[in-house]
Design a protein. Structure first.
Length: 205
C-alpha cells in the first residue's frame, strides 16, 4: 500500500510517500525559516502564502523520488489539527482534491500523534504501555500511551511551549531565529550551577 502524507501545520511544507506503513520512499521538506527570521518567529499569514506557493512542487518531488505516480496511491493522509489555521487549510484542501480526483480515502491526522509515531517510522516497535514526551514548537505534552490510538494526557505546559520559549528568549538576547539550535549550542559551554532555580509548585486538588 502506498500512502502520500502531506504536512502544513506550521512553517514547513512537507510531503512523503510511505509503503506499507513503515517504508519511507521519499520525504521532501521545504523550510520557510529565511522568511520568518526577521520577525523572530512564525508569521501565520506568511506561512500560509508560502504553503500555497510550495505545496504542488513538494508533492511532485515526493512522488518522483518514490518512483510512483498518483494512480498508484491507495490513500492520502494529511495533518488536520492542531496547527495554524491558514497553513492547515492549504494542506487539507490539496489533500482533499488529490483524494477526490483519484477516488481514494482521505486520512486526517492529529500531528501530535505523528510525533508519537515518528520513532516507529523505520519499523521500530513501541512497547505498550509507554510514556511519550512531545516537545515541539507549539506543544509540550506528556502522554501515557496505552496502545495504538489510545492516549492519556498526563500533563502539559500552562503557558508557553518549550519551543516558543526558546524563540522568545533568543529574540530578547538578539540570538536570531530559530532559537533552539543556537541556545542549545551556547548551553554546552554554560555553567549549570550559575542560577539556582526554584522548584515549581503545583496547586493541590
Amino acid at each position: 500500500m502506498y500512502i502520500l502524507g502531506i504536512e502544513t501545520s506550521c512553517d514547513e511544507t512537507a510531503a512523503a510517500v510511505v509503503r506499507d506503513g513503515t517504508h519511507i520512499l521519499s520525504n521532501v521538506v521545504s523550510s520557510q525559516i529565511k522568511y520568518h527570521r526577521k520577525y523572530g518567529g512564525v508569521v501565520p499569514e506568511i506561512a500560509a502564502r508560502k504553503h500555497v506557493e510550495n505545496i504542488c512542487w513538494v508533492i511532485e518531488q515526493a512522488l518522483t523520488e518514490a518512483g510512483i505516480g498518483l494512480s498508484r496511491l491507495q490513500a492520502v493522509a494529511v495533518t488536520a489539527w492542531p496547527g495554524l489555521v491558514g497553513a492547515l487549510l492549504v494542506g487539507i484542501s490539496t489533500a482533499k482534491g488529490l483524494a477526490y480526483s483519484q477516488g481514494i480515502p482521505l486520512i486526517p491526522c492529529h500531528h501530535l500523534e505523528g510525533h508519537i509515531y515518528a520513532m516507529m517510522a523505520e519499523g521500530k516497535q513501541l512497547p505498550f504501555p509507554a510514556v511519550g514526551l512531545i516537545v515541539s514548537g507549539g506543544h509540550t505534552n506528556l502522554y501515557l500511551i496505552k496502545g495504538h490510538g489510545d492516549y492519556q494526557l498526563l500533563g502539559q505546559t500552562r503557558d508557553d511551549a518549550v519551543g516558543e520559549a526558546f524563540d522568545k528568549v533568543a529574540r530578547m538576547l538578539g540570538l536570531g531565529y530559530p532559537g533552539g539550535p543556537v541556545i542549545d549550542k551556547l548551553a554546552q559551554s554554560g555553567d549549570p550551577c550559575a542560577i539556582k532555580f526554584p522548584r515549581s509548585y503545583l496547586e493541590k486538588g
